[in-house]
Design a binder for this molecule. Structure first.
Ligand SMILES: *[C@@H]1O[C@H](CO)[C@@H](O)[C@H](O)[C@H]1NC(C)=O
Ligand SMILES: *[C@@H]1O[C@H](CO)[C@@H](O)[C@H](O)[C@H]1NC(C)=O
Ligand SMILES: *[C@@H]1O[C@H](CO)[C@@H](O)[C@H](O)[C@H]1NC(C)=O
Ligand SMILES: *[C@@H]1O[C@H](CO)[C@@H](O)[C@H](O)[C@H]1NC(C)=O
Ligand SMILES: *[C@@H]1O[C@H](CO)[C@@H](O)[C@H](O)[C@H]1NC(C)=O
Ligand SMILES: CC(=O)N[C@H]1CO[C@H](CO)[C@@H](O)[C@@H]1O
Length: 789
């Protein structure tokens, strides 16, 4: 399509929505009347079930208001810049606009009407363009920058926020010379184009292989029936993970597995060249911005902080797993020898023999297990667990406005003080036109605006079947785990990357298919719902210490400690608590109303951190006590899942975890190496690295996974390690705090208050160490995985 044509189409779209807008105004009366009957949602600025025209109008006014504020900030004379006239207006703008922006944007995935979905997508484009322009405004940067030098009197959060702003401007190249700025622009455009190319090559790839039924022995008849047939009666296996994984896992014929693995690992060979170009451009971009290489640029804004730290982490983890991985691999090799004789064990055998041994050991029948997880029961069980663990209570808000009759709104309060803490919407069931993944979206962040607290509002989206043949829907065990995972998530802003991450489960890359119970949902680059819903200290804060005072890092820690004690003991040692605050406030030089920023509300400053709460929550899916709370046989829900089965699930989760993790480490190392070194021979690197990490197992000859490793191409470049990182920390927290008592309210409240509540303005490592009482380590993770082997 030509450029002109494209533009015309867009105009048409605008013209159409213009006409639609007129119509909507006419109809608005009726709708408004209806809206008036709906229950108010106090404290939430989120607007739901907007019409197409309302969305476009709202987007326009958001942009107008944002321009106004940015212009005002930019016009502050340099000798007058201060926190109050530069940082505060920007922070408040962000906090106020965020729920409105989300109101425009989320209907794109969920609205019932296609017109509304289209309007929402258009509003998103406009807002995104505007925001990215603001982040490059030199005139604004000029007045913000001096405050990083003179901002000594600011609170920790205020300083972090200022630093964050400046960093964002600088990462956008605002302080470069004109010619370098142009170069940067050029590089960015090139990088975007190449990475999209890489992904669309993968998406367009329609390679397949043909097999006879004999060659597919071991695969279930339903699966075979679902395959297309060629003219000569052979079955067609498309090179996509949903067809590849079953073959690699179940097909008894070694040569079939090998052929499939080989073709799958060689898809899109041309992508290797694209990846090589991409890497070079990225290094150039990083150098332009003052970094030694791209990996340093990418990790600079993360908990890991530098590429060398990432290497250290991955390598020590890998080394500690050697013994266990070696034992696991020997078991697999032995079984293969028994079944197939002397032919050497290869990558293509991993999934198959792992599954065989697991089946022999655990006799797990996930079809039967599923009968114990009716959706409503699981959900109320999760509520109960959160209540017991984190001192929260949930209540459905009846009659609130929603965008579909099945959507529910819940309020979250603190169990003991009854203080309202936040809200979340649940949009659980699949329907036509609905976005097809499970994730959490932030609609409004918690923050303190000019002394008054804004509470968080979240939205959890999933795709369950509401009813099947008149029975309430049942969840697969993997879906239960997923729900827990997402429940540990706070709303985030998943807008930018949604389209790039679908369809690519981690394990499909390494030929170990995703084990059902450990489904890792890569859609969730959201942070933790708990975090969002657990702003209790802030509520207390508001009650007792307004106007908010500037509090130093040390004192904040004292402060959280006090709040924790107050709650844990259920008695109010308010005097001691106030004493500490008094001490805190006498230490301050400067008064700041903005002790908490919307931006930090979801810890999103540390992408390395955001998965930790969600991964922590997954542990409750493997403990008898909690499993019994969330399960019940669908025809008689008084019968929970059996203890034996719970124990098996736990063991089943751990088995072969060393090999699985090693595979992931391998990809993460690859990603880290190519992004921290110039001119790497990609194919050579794969061949060398794979056996080194995988305790001697050679890379399948002829494949080059670099051509089909989308995480390096977009979204995770130089940061693939992040998921393992979170997993290790989550295991540490579970082992130290919950292993002996999974309903330890004190540990739960501490987590809520010490780790979740302070947010991204603080150093996450410091926060974690403070919570754990020791430096976080990888040992707990290793132990938890080695336990049963
Ligand atoms: C936004 O600003 C433009 C230009 O100043 C104005 O024409 C328009 O009416 C404004 N829109 C809204 C919704 O405020
Ligand atoms: C420009 O930004 C870089 C960081 O990207 C920083 O190191 C450098 O000091 C800044 N230059 C000036 C003149 O502020
Ligand atoms: C959403 O708004 C439309 C009109 O725009 C209305 O017909 C519909 O009933 C509303 N949906 C809900 C669930 O209230
Ligand atoms: C902040 O609050 C104070 C007192 O409550 C009020 O006077 C002031 O106008 C408020 N500022 C803004 C920007 O809303
Ligand atoms: C709200 O929190 C999310 C992460 O939870 C973050 O991505 C987003 O930027 C925050 N919004 C604002 C306005 O800072
Ligand atoms: C630009 C480019 O090299 N595209 C290739 C990517 O890979 C696919 C499948 O191998 C080819 O068909 C494209 O030509």
């Amino acid at each position: 399509m030509g450029k002109q044509e494209k533009r015309d189409r867009n105009n048409l779209l605008i013209a159409l929505t213009g006409a639609a807008a007129l119509l909507a105004v006419a109809v608005n009366f009726v709708i408004n009347k209806k809206h008036r009957n709906k229950t108010d949602v106090p404290g939430s600025k989120v607007r739901v079930n907007l019409s197409a025209s309302e969305i476009l109008k709202l987007a326009e006014s958001i942009i107008n208001e944002s321009k106004k504020v940015h212009d005002a900030v930019a016009s502050v004379p340099l000798d007058k810049v201060g926190y109050v006239n530069v940082i505060l207006p920007l922070a408040e703008l962000e906090a106020q606009q965020f729920p409105l922006i989300q109101s425009c944007v989320f209907p794109k995935w969920l609205a019932v009407s296609e017109d509304v979905r289209k309007a929402s997508a258009e509003a998103e484009r406009k807002i995104d363009t505007h925001i990215s322009m603001c982040r490059k405004r030199e005139d604004v940067y000029r007045v913000v920058k001096p405050l990083t030098v003179t901002g000594d009197g600011l609170s920790t959060d205020a300083k972090s926020f200022t630093r964050f702003l400046v960093r964002e401007f600088e990462r956008n190249g605002v302080n470069l010379t004109l010619s370098k700025k142009e170069e940067l622009q050029h590089l960015t455009a090139n990088i975007d184009e190449l990475s999209m190319q890489y992904i669309s090559n993968l998406d367009d790839d329609c390679g397949f292989l043909l097999f006879t039924d004999m060659e597919l022995e071991g695969l279930p008849p339903e699966f075979l029936k679902s395959l297309e047939k060629s003219e000569d009666g052979k079955r067609k296996i498309i090179l996509r993970s949903h067809q590849i994984s079953p073959v690699l896992e179940l097909c008894k014929v070694g040569s079939t597995r090998r052929a499939v693995a080989l073709s799958y690992g060689r898809r899109c060979e041309a992508n290797v060249t694209i990846l090589e170009q991409l890497i070079q451009l990225r290094h150039k971009l990083a150098r332009l911005l003052g970094f030694a290489n791209y990996a340093d640029y990418a990790t600079d804004v993360r908990m890991a902080k530098s590429s060398s730290k990432v290497f250290e982490f991955l390598e020590s983890l890998s080394a500690s797993l050697n013994d266990l991985a070696y034992r696991e691999l020997s078991m697999l090799k032995e079984l293969k020898k028994k079944e197939e004789g002397e032919s050497p064990f290869g990558m293509e055998d991993l999934s198959y023999y792992v599954k065989r041994i697991k089946d022999q050991q655990f006799h797990m029948n996930f079809g039967v297990i599923r009968q114990y997880f009716p959706i409503n029961l699981v959900l109320s069980g999760i509520f109960k667990i959160c209540q017991d663990l984190f001192g929260l209570s949930f209540k459905e808000v009846e009659g609130a406005a929603v965008w579909h009759a099945e959507v529910q709104l819940f309020s979250v309060s603190d169990l003991s003080s009854k203080e309202l803490i936040g809200y979340f919407y649940l949009d659980l069931y699949s329907r036509v036109g609905k976005y097809a993944h499970t994730c959490v979206i932030a609609l409004q962040n918690g923050s303190l605006n000019n002394g008054s607290r804004q509470i968080p509002v979240a939205l959890l989206v999933s795709q369950f079947e509401k009813e099947v043949d008149g029975h309430p829907g049942l969840l697969q065990f993997s879906e239960v785990v997923n729900l827990f995972h997402e429940f540990g998530h706070v709303p985030d802003h998943p807008r930018a990357d949604l389209h790039t991450r679908r369809n690519y489960p981690v394990w499909s890359m390494g030929f170990l298919s995703d084990p059902p119970g450990t489904a890792i949902n890569h859609m969730s680059y959201s942070s933790s719902l708990l975090r969002c819903l657990s702003d209790l200290p802030s509520a207390v804060y508001q009650l007792h210490v307004l106007p908010a005072k500037l509090i130093s890092q040390r004192n904040i820690i004292n402060y959280w400690n006090c709040v924790r004690d107050v709650h844990a003991n259920q008695l109010s040692s308010i005097t001691m608590f106030q004493g500490n605050l008094l001490e805190a406030s006498t230490n301050v030089h400067h008064i700041c109303n903005c002790a908490s920023f919307s931006k930090f509300s979801g810890l999103h400053l540390d992408p390395d951190f955001v998965e930790i709460p969600a991964l922590l929550m997954e542990n409750w899916c493997y403990e008898s006590l909690s499993l019994r709370l969330i399960s019940g046989f669908h025809q008689d829900i008084t019968k929970p899942i059996k203890d034996e089965l719970c124990k098996s699930l736990k063991k089943w989760r751990c088995s072969f975890s060393a090999l699985k993790l090693k595979q992931e480490i391998f990809y993460c190392l690859f990603d880290q190496i190519i992004h921290s070194t110039e001119n790497v021979d990609i194919s050579g690197l794969f061949k060398y690295l794979y056996p080194k990490v995988m305790v001697g197992l050679p890379l399948l000859g002829g494949i080059n996974p670099a051509s089909c490793f989308p995480r390096t191409a977009i979204g995770y470049e130089a940061t693939c390690y992040s998921h393992i990182w979170s997993e290790v920390f989550a295991a540490d927290i579970f082992a130290l705090k919950f292993h002996d008592d999974i309903f330890n309210l004190q540990a739960g409240l501490q987590f809520r208050n010490k780790v979740l509540a302070p947010g991204g303005g603080n150093d996450p490592l410091e926060m974690l160490s403070d919570y754990l009482g020791v430096e976080p380590s990888i040992q707990a993770f290793l132990d938890s995985r080695a336990d049963i082997n």
